[in-house]
Design a protein around this ligand. Structure first.
Ligand SMILES: [Zn+2]
Length: 76
């Protein structure tokens, strides 16, 4: 049986489908019997979903006018 710590380290590999053989069996088994790691994995999924749903970062609204005034100052 693997420990919670080991299970945590295997989450990424499991997500990528890179987990094979005994490691996968132990990981799957651990996820079935350990509420803590199940919860952790669910949180991981939520975090990834939230990050995917975020819009691309917008520049500050006043950036254009800021740049424009900078340029104006240089001109004069
Ligand atoms: Zn665990």
């Amino acid at each position: 049986m693997i420990t919670c710590r080991e299970a945590t380290e295997l989450h990424t590999a499991a997500e990528e489908g890179a987990l094979t053989g005994a490691k996968k069996v132990f990981y799957d088994l651990h996820m079935k019997i350990c509420p803590g790691c199940k919860c952790y994995r669910a949180q991981l999924h939520t975090t990834v979903d939230v990050l995917k749903g975020l819009p691309p970062e917008e520049p500050p609204a006043d950036l254009v006018s800021l740049l424009a005034s900078e340029l104006d100052e240089k001109k004069s």
